[in-house]
Design a protein around this ligand. Structure first.
Ligand SMILES: *Cc1c(COP(=O)(O)O)cnc(C)c1O
Length: 392
């Protein structure tokens, strides 16, 4: 068959046709353990019965009207999200990049109110914020930007985890309005800054009247063992973006804001045809209900620490392992050499993993993963890593 798809993804030679919890089945009925969750999307696992039922019921009632009309499910979801996050207001979009676009537009309006000509957002090296023009500009990876110049104006970049560089910007002659940061960098290689990094940024933003935007698109909704990763640090951002796991696979993103940032949009400033439609909101409400009902955030913290400890024990004598780091079910194993081929060898062992930043094995297992599945993951993966490091 002629491949009519644009060449944006180098796909693995495998196709899944069915899922159940942390398991996926391919076209030959082989079963795989999914330790990636569709890149942090299917936190409740595949074909979760509550999601299936809610979607079927909603699809047979009403999928979409328009933001021209009242949408009680959207209001209900916004109320729940503000309650669990400490934010005041929510804008719904359909993806992570769009949630970040909304955040960046809020930052621009915030700067405009101050009379700034080029409202500037501080972003980090190694960050990932999406593939739209503004969010790829915010992204700290040249590969994501190359070819798409001219990039968007109004961004300054500093090293991630380095509060001194950020503090130095405060004395400079610039029009900074916001700092945009991932609490843990995902695509960048599961980079976990010091525990005082976010509180220090919060302090700086308070002193300078800058908005603190945390991109929780990968870390959010229980992934790191707290509902939001900033909750590990006792701080509240001004703007929080979420997406990936919010709909368990149904596309939905959200930009949450508090304080002045929550008041900047007015009718006509921003919008989305699909954003927050009934089907997506029903999915997200069900996700939040199940997270709470089944204590999945706590489970993520516990499962994550047992995976981390066991991997650290099994791989303790491997000089080729630089570090094994993680928080909750967001785990990275950094090796001394590029290891993209491990994705394929893991596939042969019926395990789905990811490699990012060339040398970092990334695990983002579903929050519902059970003890037996954890054992399979740890045993299979540590065996694969040992073999990989002892060959060539
Ligand atoms: C995935 C991701 C995005 C982009 O989300 P899309 O839904 O692919 O647009 C933005 N920020 C972070 C931290 C992400 O992990």
């Amino acid at each position: 068959m002629h491949n009519a798809l644009m060449d944006t993804y180098k796909r693995l030679p495998i196709t899944f046709v069915r899922g159940e919890g942390a398991w996926l089945w391919d076209t030959n009925n082989n079963r795989y353990l999914d330790a990636l969750s569709g890149i942090a999307v299917c936190g409740l696992g595949h074909a979760h019965p509550d999601i299936t039922q809610a979607l079927c019921q909603q699809a047979s009632t009403l999928i979409h009207t328009s933001n021209l009309y009242g949408i009680p499910l959207q209001e209900e979801l916004a109320a729940l999200l503000t309650k669990i996050s400490g934010m005041d207001k929510v804008f719904f979009a359909n993806s992570g990049a769009e949630a970040n676009e909304a955040a960046l537009k809020l930052a621009r309006l915030y700067g405009r109110k101050r009379g700034y000509k080029i409202p500037t957002v501080v972003v980090m090296e190694g960050s990932f914020h999406g593939r739209t023009l503004a969010t790829l500009t915010a992204t700290g990876n040249r590969k994501v930007q190359a070819g798409f110049e001219p990039l968007v104006q109004g961004f300054i970049r500093v090293p991630y985890g380095d509060i001194t560089s950020l503090n130095n910007l405060a004395t400079g002659n610039n029009e900074i309005v916001a700092v945009m940061v991932e609490p843990i960098q995902g695509e960048g290689g599961i980079n976990i800054p010091n525990n005082d990094y976010l509180p220090q940024i919060r302090d700086l933003c308070n002193r300078q009247d800058w908005l603190l935007i945390t991109d929780e698109i990968q870390t959010g909704l229980g992934r790191t063992g707290r509902m939001f990763a900033y909750q590990h640090h006792g701080i509240i951002p001004d703007i929080v973006t979420i997406a990936k796991s919010l709909g368990n696979g149904v596309p939905i993103g959200a930009c949450l804001a508090t304080g002045q940032a929550a008041t900047l949009f007015e009718p006509g400033s921003h919008g989305s045809t699909f954003g927050g439609n009934l089907l997506a909101c029903r999915a997200a409400l069900t996700v939040l209900t199940v997270l709470e009902r089944d204590n999945l955030v706590e489970r993520s913290a516990n499962s994550g620490s047992s995976i981390l400890t066991e991997l650290q024990q099994r791989l303790a004598n491997q000089p080729g392992v630089v570090t094994i780091r993680g928080r909750g079910l967001m785990i990275g194993i950094e090796l001394v050499k590029p290891c993209a081929e491990l994705v394929t060898t893991a596939l042969d062992s019926k395990l789905l993993i990811n490699v990012t930043a060339e040398r970092v094995i990334r695990l983002l297992p579903p929050l519902i993963m059970d003890a037996t599945q954890i054992q399979f993951l740890v045993a299979t993966l540590s065996g694969l890593i040992e073999r990989f490091l002892s060959s060539n």
